[in-house]
Structure formats: C-alpha cells, structure tokens
Design a protein around this ligand. Structure first.
Ligand SMILES: C[S@@+](CC[C@H](N)C(=O)[O-])C[C@H]1O[C@@H](n2cnc3c(N)ncnc32)[C@H](O)[C@@H]1O
Length: 190
C-alpha cells in the first residue's frame, strides 16, 4: 500500500517555534541523552528535534539522521550550520524501505522516531534495523501524532517492535497517548 509521506511544506510548519509549547525537545529528550552519546533519528524532517539532540550530545557525541527526502536534509544541514552544531550531525538519505544504518550495528545509545513510524512502508524492517543499530540496553523513543494514528495503529506498531526484540523500558515514565520507550535487551544481539 502506498504510504503518505510528509510534504516539504509541512516540514516548514513543523519548525514553528510555537510547537515547543506542546512538544518541547529539551524536556522530551534530556532524560535520555547525555554528552558523548551516539543518537539515531529516523524521519528527522528539517530537524526540529535534531538541533536540540546535537546540543545534548555535545562536541564529543554524534547524531545520525535519516530521511527519505533530500530537501528535508538540506534544510536541516543549513539550520545546523547556522546553529554551529553541524559537525556533530551526519545526514543520510533513506535507501528505499531501509534506513541504511547497518554499519552502525550495536553503536547507538538512543534512537528517536518522532511522528514518522506511520509513514514507513515497512515497519517490521524499521524496528529490526533500529534494534540492530542500538547497543544492548539502548533505548528507542517511539512517538506518533494522535491526529493521524489511532491507539489501535500504535498498538500494532508496538507489537511489531516486540517481535523485533524490543521490550518496554521499565524505568521510563509512560508518556501516555502515542508514546513509548522501548529497550533493546541487555543481552540483545546485533
Ligand atoms: C511528519 S515528518 C516528522 C519530522 C520530524 N520528526 C518532526 O517531528 O519534526 C516525517 C518525516 O519522515 C520522513 N520519512 C517518511 N518516510 C520515511 C522513510 N521511509 N525513511 C526515512 N524517513 C522517512 C519524511 O520525509 C518526513 O521528513
């Protein structure tokens, strides 16, 4: 089935600073990210969450972002340069259904998939690739928009995540709504 992909003009809307009143990147991400971490962000768009992630990992860390649309990545790079965090961010163009992150196997401390899972043509592959990229014990924040994604859709996605090997993170606060923190098991293989 053809999937809906976020158009570029919506990418610009998602940069609106007023969004911080509802989804504050620092508040959302600070509990998961510490300096020096390697972070993966599939479906980064123009980087509303990426720039704060780059600040949280600092100069010794790394943020790898993947998007299907080069226009999103180009805008993200320009914003990152202006903010002085471009050295920390690596942009990758998604390769078909795949994130193209097999080289990161077991290196990622934290991954954030924000408002993107429902756009993915192959969620099963997505969770398998994210699981493979994470370190054992690494966490994936999965967050979906309530407007587009029903509770049942989200539960179906979480079932696919469990099938890939993820378990709910027992220490993470339940975000409520369409938000979950998933963990690669400490003895998880990659
Ligand atoms: C609704 S936007 C969310 C952007 C960003 N996460 C945010 O919250 O501001 C979804 C993004 O996912 C990207 N996307 C859609 N399908 C994708 C795929 N198969 N692989 C990687 N990125 C994808 C779109 O191009 C778009 O930039």
């Amino acid at each position: 089935m053809a999937q809906h992909v976020c158009p570029v003009w919506v990418g610009y809307l998602l940069l609106n600073p007023l969004r911080k009143l509802l989804e504050n990147p620092e508040r959302l991400l600070a509990p998961f990210i510490t300096p020096g971490m390697t972070v993966l962000e599939p479906g980064c768009g123009m980087g509303f969450f990426t720039l704060p992630m780059a600040r949280l990992v600092g100069a010794s860390g790394k943020v790898v972002v993947v998007d299907l649309q080069e226009t999103m990545l180009a805008k993200l790079r320009r914003r990152a340069r202006r903010a002085g965090v471009d050295e920390v961010i690596e942009t990758r163009l998604a390769q078909g259904d795949s994130l193209g992150v097999s080289d990161l196997g077991g290196q990622v401390d934290f991954a954030a998939a924000i408002h993107v899972i429902h756009e993915l043509p192959n969620q099963e592959l997505f969770f398998a690739e994210a699981y493979q990229a994470l370190k054992p014990g690494g966490r994936l924040l999965a967050m979906e928009p309530k407007g587009h994604v029903t509770n049942e859709d989200f539960e179906r996605s979480l079932a696919l995540a469990r099938r890939a090997g993820f378990v709910p993170d027992p220490q993470a606060q339940a975000g409520g709504g369409r938000q979950a923190v998933l963990q690669k098991q400490a003895d998880g293989r990659f």
